[in-house]
Design a protein around this ligand. Structure first.
Ligand code: A3P
Length: 287
């Protein structure tokens, strides 16, 4: 059964938003030539992608704030699979930083033949669901999420952008190129951002000074990003994203699901996710 509708089209079984992704853009991604020093942050949607678009360029340039002060995040660290990449790729300087929502199996062949590094950010799927529920209300290019209960079913069945969360996480956790992947969690970033930045710095062989780590952390807090027009999506025309309906940088916390799920919904959700992860030999790291 086709899942495509007026908002989405289907690519390799995954729903992609027609506004930002086209058959030409995914072809461009599949033919993209990765360089050995490329770095790509991979996330399931609503796991902290924009946060990585803030942190990554600073970790790669020693904490120089120019990129986050002068360039909107979608051009600064473009999505591999979105239409925008083709327009900005020639202006990108190495080491290039990108983001992607692709599962491992959709990464282009040149990625596998390169030494490009991946930072995979995982987030509690209950918080992802809440964040996504509000995002669908503010982004006019996404379909109405329905009720919260209906959205839970859609999420569990994978009738949402980029498919099932469990498939995405499993694809990367079981990836063959594990030595080229740093697994970070949104929760550890919320809890101790400087520590997460140090992990990134070590993984990317950047040898950042403690002053640089602290400076980057300070400029990548939720509060700093919310005040930065280059990062808070306020420059996107209101007809596409209406920050008055729900801001893109909404709450920025771990555990907001507790304000939204009732106990029946939570039990149903956790049981499905747990079973699917266990079937893949993984455990569910959240309560
Ligand atoms: P909430 O809706 O829970 O607030 P993505 O960029 O993948 O779409 O993810 C968006 C989520 O990341 C939103 O979650 C957003 O607020 C959160 N986020 C972005 N920057 C953040 C930061 N500096 N600190 C904490 N959360 C951040």
């Amino acid at each position: 059964m086709s899942l495509s509708n007026e908002f989405y089209w289907e690519y390799e079984g995954l729903l992609l938003p027609s506004e930002t992704h086209s058959s030409a853009s995914v072809k461009f991604a599949q033919e993209f030539h990765f360089k050995d020093d490329d770095v790509i942050a991979v996330t399931y949607p609503k796991s902290g992608t924009a946060w990585m678009q803030e942190i990554l360029p600073l970790v790669l340039n020693g904490g120089n704030l120019t990129p986050i002060q002068s360039t909107v995040n979608w051009d600064r660290v473009p999505w591999l699979e979105e239409t925008r990449l083709e327009k900005v790729v020639d202006k990108m300087t190495s080491p290039r930083a990108m983001v992607s929502h692709f599962p491992y199996n959709l990464m282009p062949s040149s990625f596998h033949n390169s030494k490009a590094k991946v930072i995979y950010v995982m987030r509690n799927p209950k918080d992802i669901l809440v964040s996504s529920f509000y995002f669908h209300q503010m982004a006019a290019f996404l379909e109405d999420p329905g009720t919260f209960d209906e959205f839970i079913d859609k999420f569990l069945e994978g009738r949402v952008l980029f498919g099932k969360w469990t498939d995405h996480v499993t694809s990367w956790k079981l990836a063959k190129t594990e030595d080229r992947i740093l697994f970070l969690t949104y929760e550890e970033m919320v809890q101790d951002l400087p520590a997460a930045i140090r992990r990134m710095s070590d993984f990317l062989c950047q040898n950042l000074s403690e002053d640089a780590v602290q400076k980057i952390a300070e400029h990548c807090t939720f509060k700093s990003m919310k005040a930065n027009p280059m990062s808070n999506f306020s420059l996107v025309p209101k007809q596409y994203m209406d920050n008055n309906k729900s801001p893109f940088l909404r709450k920025g916390i771990a555990g907001d699901w507790k304000n939204h799920f009732n106990s029946e919904q939570e039990a149903r959700f956790t049981s499905v996710i747990q079973k699917e992860l266990e079937a893949a030999g993984l455990s569910f790291p959240y309560n």
